[in-house]
Design a protein around this ligand. Structure first.
Ligand code: ADP
Ligand code: MG
Length: 317
């Protein structure tokens, strides 16, 4: 391949908002036959919105939301942002900015200690109400019921409603403290307007689209159906560390794999794929692990990148 033509190809890519790390990457791009799509933030907006708060008998909705929000404020996941924002908007009494008065007293904010994020499972932290009248301390957990159960949290009071929310295509997390689940937070993340067209174009290029996500099968299938990915090409509830193994398994079966993702949890899979494409709207870790950055955060750019490389290499040969 002549370097000049490849440079022209990368220059054309830049005009389209497709940043290619080096001219040689165009050669790999052409050979790809399978394209693995991360769900959250790649096919969907990645902007979860809290749509419902379900509470166990005797629990207070605002307290569930406030305590979950206090812990999620320290986390990075789209789920975390949605919960923290909703808590601030709907249960604001104690979740505002930390304010230090003239005498050094912290007013109007919960304090969180011992925060820990378990990738693909949930988050936990000890929340202490800083407000003088409410000096109690609680270890709060927000995450998957299976993760809560493993920590001896009882989930029975809410399990049915949790399962129903997931079956309905939502993403749900449980909130627990003192050994019992107290509430379920139901979130939804709309599919991007251009994703269905993007998937159709990838198919038109002869590629097989596969949806890969850490989210539950209900949410995964719902998103897949919106964009036109077959149920059997949906791989759900994959832990962050296992996404790379899915790519390796496809490669072992003879596929040449492109992976499109945006999250920290996609980085290893992006680096292992024959071609890694990162959403420009995603995390720096994902962008660094990839060969190509789709600056516009529009999935249609993935098909454009593949078309561009094929055209460039046809010109050369
Ligand atoms: P995706 O592949 O869709 O980006 P992740 O692997 O990051 O998803 O997360 C998978 C699941 O782990 C989430 O659907 C949720 O159940 C749980 N989880 C991850 N982060 C959090 C968090 N900050 N708070 C609560 N639950 C979380
Ligand atoms: Mg993602």
């Amino acid at each position: 391949a002549t370097p000049t033509a490849l440079l022209v190809g990368t220059g054309r890519g830049a005009q389209l908002g497709i940043l290619i790390k080096g001219p040689e990457i165009l050669e790999q791009t052409r050979r790809v036959d399978t394209v693995v799509l991360d769900k959250t933030g790649t096919v969907t907006e990645g902007r979860m919105a809290l749509v419902d708060v379900l509470v166990a008998p005797g629990e207070d909705r605002d307290e569930v939301l406030r305590l979950a929000g206090a812990v999620e404020r320290l986390a990075e996941h789209p789920i975390a942002r949605a919960i923290a924002d909703a808590a601030e908007a709907e249960a604001p009494a104690l979740t505002g900015e930390v304010q230090v008065g003239g005498d050094g007293v912290v007013i109007g904010s919960d304090q969180v200690h011992d925060f820990h994020a378990a990738a693909g499972h949930g988050v936990t932290g000890v929340v202490r109400a800083a407000h003088s009248g409410l000096g109690l301390s609680r270890r709060v957990l927000v995450g998957r019921p299976t993760w809560l159960t493993a920590q001896e949290v009882g989930t029975d009071a809410l399990q049915e409603r949790f399962d129903a929310a997931e079956a309905d295509g939502a993403t749900a997390v449980m909130v627990a403290w003192d050994g019992a689940a107290r509430g379920v937070l139901v979130l939804r993340d709309p599919v991007k307007a251009s994703s269905a067209q993007a998937v159709a174009e990838l198919r038109g290029l002869g590629l097989r689209p596969v949806l890969l996500t850490g989210d539950n099968p209900g949410a995964a299938l719902a998103a897949a159906r919106v964009v036109g990915i077959a149920d059997e090409d949906v791989i759900a509830q994959v832990l962050p560390a296992d996404k790379v193994h899915v790519v390796e398994r496809l490669q072992a079966g003879g596929a040449r794999v492109a992976m499109v993702g945006d999250g920290v949890n996609d980085a290893a899979a992006l680096a292992t794929a024959d071609l890694g494409l990162a959403m420009g709207t995603g995390t720096d870790v994902a962008i660094e692990a990839s060969d190509v950055t789709l600056v516009r955060g529009d999935l249609r750019s993935a098909g454009q990148a593949i078309r561009l490389s094929r055209r460039t290499l046809t010109v050369i040969q």
